[in-house]
Structures are given as C-alpha cells and as structure tokens.
Design a binder for this molecule. Structure first.
Ligand code: COA
Length: 169
C-alpha cells in the first residue's frame, strides 16, 4: 500500500532498499539518534514483525528515509507508535512532518486509531520541534529510557497526539 503526499511518498520497504537505508543510518547526523544499526540489524529491522509496518520514505522518486509504525493490539490500550529517520540531505525542509502526517492520517482514518505516540531522545530538539508541528505534545520525560553505544542510558520524551489534534502543514 502506498501513501502519496505533495512531496513525499510512503511505500512498503523492500530488500532492495537495504543498502540505501544502511548508508543513511551510517551518516553521523542520523547515527547520532539511531545508533548501533549495523547492516544485519537493519536487515532484521526492515523484515518487520507482527504489528509493525515499515515504509520507505521516497522524495523525488528516490529513497530518502524510513518510517516505522507499531500498533498496540491489546484492545484496552489500542494506539500506534511512530519512528523515523531521513537522509541528512532531506533535513530541514518539512519532509519529516509530511511523512508523519501521511502515516498518522492512515492510522487514524484507515486503522481507526484515536491516539498516536512518538518518543524522541529528550535532547533531540529538531525531532521534538518537527513532531510538535504535526500536533504531538510532550507528556513526560522517560528517564534513562534508551541505551546508547557508549553504554549510557539517556532520557527520552514521550509525546502523544489524539486523532483530533493532527495538524495539516
Ligand atoms: C527528526 C527528523 C525526522 C525531522 O524531520 P525534518 O524534515 O528534518 O524536520 P523539519 O524540516 O520540519 O525541521 C524541524 C524543525 O526543527 C528546527 N530545527 C532544526 N535544527 C534544530 C536544532 N538543532 N534545534 C532546535 N530546532 C531545530 C527546524 O528549524 C524546524 O523548525 P521550523 O520549521 O519551525 O523552522 C529528521 O531531521 C531526521 O531524520 N533527523 C535525524 C534522525 C532523527 O533524529 N530521527 C528521529 C529520532 S526520534
């Protein structure tokens, strides 16, 4: 299934995307926030798992990043979580928010979700700013949430958005 926006298209990731995605993950700007993704781990990750959908983000017909959607299927806690990264050459043009809006609209309208979450590192100011533009708001600091390759546990920021809070660009 493909989702088309003005500048961004989301389509299911395929094995042929592996090299390109591994190269993007190896750039310092992305590795800083998505550390420790070597080729084998990227392969595993794009193979996906139950309740996880992984889409390539295409800009001008070329792969410029990846967005992952994880659905919580317990009925009492039903919601979906989003993660993404973009090639540094694509940063700062609002393409991340556009990709998130496409995924969010699909989750809300087609999959019937009422609540979405996203959990950047607490000091990832660009990501927090990008997510706020889409309608996510901070709900709390996740202490020592994510382990980095240097062995340190760093804080995250839980952000959430209810269906009616999704903002158009
Ligand atoms: C985070 C990411 C998805 C955001 O997508 P994007 O398309 O670059 O986002 P935008 O172009 O909307 O820019 C985000 C905002 O942050 C601002 N910004 C940029 N650098 C910043 C910084 N160092 N500190 C604070 N804000 C910053 C921009 O000015 C912009 O705000 P504005 O539109 O009000 O001017 C993308 O930059 C990315 O993939 N980064 C590397 C990997 C990563 O951090 N992934 C997220 C892990 S949770």
């Amino acid at each position: 299934m493909e989702m088309r926006g003005t500048r961004v298209t989301l389509r299911p990731v395929v094995a042929a995307d592996l090299d390109r995605l591994a190269a993007i993950l190896a750039t310092p700007e992305v590795a800083r926030w998505w550390p420790a993704y070597d080729r084998a781990r990227v392969e595993e990750f794009i193979a996906g798992e139950k309740d996880v959908a992984v889409y390539a983000i295409e800009v001008d017909g070329a792969v410029a990043g990846l967005i992952q959607v994880t659905e919580e299927s317990e009925p009492e806690f039903r919601h979906a979580a989003i993660d993404l990264f973009l090639d540094p050459a694509a940063h700062g043009r609002g393409l991340g928010p556009e990709a998130i809006r496409l995924a969010a609209r699909d989750l809300i309208e087609r999959r019937g979700h009422h609540r979405l979450t996203i959990d950047p590192a607490a000091d990832n100011e660009r990501a927090i700013r990008a997510y706020a533009k889409v309608g996510f708001r901070p709900v709390g600091r996740l202490r020592r949430y994510q382990r980095f390759p240097d062995g340190s546990w760093r804080d995250g920021l839980l952000m959430e958005m209810l269906a009616e809070e999704l903002r158009d660009g």
